[in-house]
Design a protein around this ligand. Sequence first.
Ligand code: 13P
Ligand code: SF4
Length: 330
Amino acid sequence: MDIKQEWKEKGYVDEAVDGSLDLKAEIRRLCREKNAVILAHYYTVGDIQDVADFVGDSLALARKAAETDARVMVMCGVHFMAETCKLLSPEKTVLCPDLTAGCSLADSCRAEDLRRFKEEHPGYQVVSYVNTTAAVKALTDCVVTSGNAKRVIDSFPADAKIIFGPDRNLGNYINSVTGRDMLLWNGGCHVHEKFSVDEIVKLRRLHPHAVVMAHLECRGPVLDLADVKGSTAAMLDYAQAHPEVGEYIVATEAGILHELQRSCPAARFHPVPPEVSEGGLGCSCNECEYMKKNTLRKVYLTLKYGWPAVEVDPAIAADAVKPIERMLEL
Ligand code: 13P
Ligand code: SF4
């Protein structure tokens, strides 16, 4: 098979790169040449965060995508994040270093299942987490991120009937802090579902003064142990605002440690390990293999070839952008 055809089917550009090339310098040169910006999520590898124009959580990345003047965006994250950029800036080219970088949470809600569920529940409005496909967003009234979910739900009338999906952990948490009784979709993130309560208890014993931080996608028993519960940006904000705290126990994807350590060099951060699988050895941190599909080499090749680019079916895009814009207005 023709090599380019093979790459196309794999969803990324792959070719050997001269080992003597300074990839970061080449990436910056290509960005200038092509009027491109690199947006990266906190879960990508440190090298990508270091070369990016902007690093953020899902909410900040969506805002940045809506306001950038650049002609090209390279979204280093996962597929739904690149789709969100394309929906907000359809006239721009949105490159994705690896189109196969998916998301288990987005996969846990298929548009055809949500459509059926809506038909079974007339009178309900749908609030969807940003970790969803464009087709699911097209069936949604308002999008939320972990950074603004409570604020957005608080803006709905007290008697509003709401279907919330796909993350049941985030939904349960929002129900508990708003006193709502939203109907929850039964989805979850395979990374955040795995954090071990026992390991947090052990780490706490070893580091009694540490503050425990957990992402809202974690299970209830993990959130119950956390002093700080929120999005990736909320964890960073907390650590930056509390220089007196010397130690943290962190229950979210391990990529966040790069920015935590960079912005708070005096503090120590202990990642929470996942549950040990039966017969397995376990590992000391918990990574999202989809986020880790982004590599410097793929970013370089993506910029060099201007491919692969994310496209959204215009018939879906027209409806999918509305709930994102509603969120950004709120
Ligand atoms: P944030 O919105 O906190 O960046 O989270 C995105 C995500 O995918 C968490 O797993
Ligand atoms: Fe999706 Fe989970 Fe990876 Fe976040 S960590 S991108 S929710 S699979």
